[in-house]
Ligand binder design. Structure first.
Ligand SMILES: Nc1ncnc2c1ncn2[C@@H]1O[C@H](COP(=O)(O)OP(=O)(O)OP(=O)(O)O)[C@@H](O)[C@H]1O
Length: 269
C-alpha cells in the first residue's frame, strides 16, 4: 500500500460570519481507498467538499492532492482548474444533470476539456481534422464504457431527465468518471435510493476503487453504505473531527455512538 496520501487536508477552517462550518480540520485520504465523511446535519461535510472542489476558499489551511508529478494545492486553484488540472471529480447532493440532453450526451459534454484540446480550440480543428475525430470517437467509447458499468447503456438515447431517480444518480457518477478523476467526491450518493439500489451502488463504488485505482471521498448518511464499503471513516461534529478510523473502530467509538450512530433519527431529522 502506498504511504503517500492522495488527499491531505491540513488545518482547514471555513467560517461564515461568526460560524465555524469547518474548524481546524485535518485528515488524509489514501489512493485506492474509500474515505467516508460522516456527521449529523450541519456538521460541515458539504462545506468541506466545497472547499476541496474549489466552490469555497477556506480562510485557513491547505488542501493538497498528491499526483505522480507532484503536489497540487487545491485551495490556490479555481474550481474549473480543480476538475481539469488536479483531476478531482464530484457529484452533488442534488442531482445536476442536463435533463433535456440524452444520457450519452451528458457524458460527452463532461469530456468537453479533452475534446476542446483535440480541436486545438479552433474551427479548423473541429472541421474534420483526424485528431478531433479520433478524440471524439474515444470520447464516445469512454461514455459507452461507463454507461455499461452503471447499467444504463440501453438507455443511452433517452433524455437524462426521464430516468428514474436511482438511475440519474448512477449517471452522475458515470459523468464524473468520464473526466478521468484521481479523486472522486460523492455527496450523498445513496440519498433516495431503495435498499436494492443502495446495494448496487456499493458494488459500483467498490468496483471503481478496485478496478480503476481511484480514491473516493464520500459524504453519506446511509450507514449501510458507509460501514459496508469504506476503508476509513472521518467523523465531524460542529466542523471539528471527533474521531477517525476503520468502520469497525468507528462503530465501537463511544463518542461516535453517543453523538451519531446511536441517534439515527436526529441525523435524519
Ligand atoms: N453559504 C453558507 N452561509 C452561511 N452558513 C452556511 C453556508 N453553508 C453552510 N453554512 C452553515 O455551515 C454549517 C455546516 O453546513 P454544511 O451544509 O456544510 O453541513 P453538512 O454536514 O453538509 O449538513 P447536511 O448533512 O445537512 O448536508 C451549518 O451550520 C450551515 O448552516
Amino acid at each position: 500500500m502506498s504511504h503517500t496520501p492522495l488527499l491531505e487536508v491540513e488545518h482547514v477552517t471555513m467560517r461564515f460570519g461568526g460560524l465555524f462550518a469547518v474548524n481546524d480540520l485535518s485528515f488524509t485520504a489514501r489512493p485506492r481507498q474509500i474515505t467516508a465523511i460522516i456527521g449529523p446535519n450541519g456538521a460541515g461535510k458539504t462545506t468541506l467538499f466545497n472547499c476541496i472542489t474549489g466552490f469555497y476558499k477556506p480562510q485557513v489551511g491547505r488542501i493538497t492532492l498528491h499526483q505522480e508529478r507532484g503536489p497540487v494545492y487545491l485551495e490556490r486553484l479555481d474550481d474549473f482548474d480543480i476538475a481539469k488540472k488536479a483531476r478531482v471529480g464530484r457529484t452533488f447532493q442534488n442531482i445536476r444533470l442536463f435533463a433535456r440532453m440524452s444520457v450519452l450526451e451528458n457524458l460527452i459534454v463532461a469530456q468537453h476539456n479533452t475534446l476542446m484540446r483535440a480541436s486545438a480550440f479552433s474551427l479548423a480543428g473541429l472541421l474534420g481534422l483526424s485528431r478531433y475525430s479520433k478524440a471524439e470517437k474515444l470520447g464516445v467509447d469512454k461514455a459507452r464504457y461507463w454507461l455499461d458499468k452503471v447499467g444504463l447503456l440501453h438507455l443511452a438515447d433517452e433524455d437524462a431527465g426521464s430516468l428514474p431517480y436511482g438511475s440519474q444518480r448512477r449517471l452522475e457518477i458515470a459523468r464524473a468518471m468520464c473526466t478521468d478523476p484521481l479523486l472522486l467526491c460523492l455527496d450523498e450518493p445513496a440519498a433516495g435510493l431503495n435498499p436494492r439500489e443502495s446495494l448496487e451502488l456499493n458494488t459500483l463504488l467498490t468496483g471503481i476503487r478496485d478496478e480503476h485505482g481511484i480514491g473516493l471521498l464520500l459524504i453519506e448518511h446511509d450507514m449501510s453504505v458507509v460501514m459496508g464499503i469504506s476503508d476509513w471513516v472521518v467523523v465531524l461534529d460542529y466542523g471539528k473531527k471527533i474521531a477517525e478510523g476503520t468502520p469497525g473502530e468507528i462503530r465501537a467509538d463511544e463518542a461516535v455512538i453517543r453523538a451519531y450512530l446511536g441517534e439515527p433519527d436526529e441525523a435524519e431529522a
